[in-house]
Design a protein around this ligand. Sequence first.
Ligand SMILES: [Zn+2]
Length: 356
Amino acid sequence: MKRSTLSFFSSLVIASLACGLPAPATQLSAETQPAETATSSEPALSADEGLQNEAGTAVLLFDIGMHIEPMGETAQGFPSGKNDYHKPQFFEGHVEDMLTLAQIVEAHGGRMTIQAQSPFTTVAIESGNPILADLAARGHEIALHFHEDAHLGKNPEPLSIQQWCDVMKEEIGYITQASGVADIRYWSGGNLYPNLYEAAECAGLDVNSDWKSPATQSTDMSLIGVNPWRPAGGTDGADFTLFTQHDPNGAIVFLPEGQYDKENFASMRRSEDAGGDEAYFEFLKESLYASLSAAQAGKVNVFHFTVHPGEFLGDPQDPFGVIERFLTEVVDPLVVSGQVQWATYSQMADAYAAQP
Ligand SMILES: [Zn+2]
């Protein structure tokens, strides 16, 4: 990607974001062009625009990520999940959810960061379903969600960096085949592997977030905040010394999820005591406001949360009303006032990398 083309596309995107309109077609179609002619598939926010708004106050970069879980036997032959993407009805139901969520987000001027893995990707390839290519063409970032045990088997932590790298590359290959996107940069998962960042760098990835322990489904409070950094290393889930230490030469940008005040925020939606969708989105609202308070002008500040296809079950008459209302009532006014800007995860990382 040529630096010189960035500011042109950035100004187009920023101009459209500022007034809450969907990003222009230049952004939407670039991703599916052949690599030689693609100018800028995911335009970075220009440095000063990612850092502060016209009033000179802090900006919070905002996005919604989507995790596609491994449901059914993965490409590596490991059984996983409670359901199975090889069942057409189940697969197509999730595809429908993905399209509905994408349309809702697009109508509010945003693009999601959609994180996939096998067997969803391989079923999409085998059945010729264009869902990931369609979402990429509409400007959503396509990325990797990596459940290590589903692709490396039980007890993957003792395996070598090369073994991890090879399987991450294999999964990225299916994503590229299903979506047409060659430049996959972001991943989530693999969280208890101390050499995760070496493996991810080997696989060509450079943006990460959504750290939670697969064992406890909780996030260490040392990872909570709004300012990205370049971790000096990974973690085994107990020692966060290297993970929380900034290495200016680190290959990976880590995006914290925001100013959440609970360790179980990443899994609370599905817990029994969460109080359902309404309570969860109320908690997201409070966390977004807390993140705005923590945001500093002159720094890249980020906030994001994760949705899954199949999880909007609160109101059978209007399952997606809760996210539609959240975007309308909470997010849109902050976008209009310049306090919040939509940005995909790689755009957040690029804004951070461009920070003076
Ligand atoms: Zn997952």
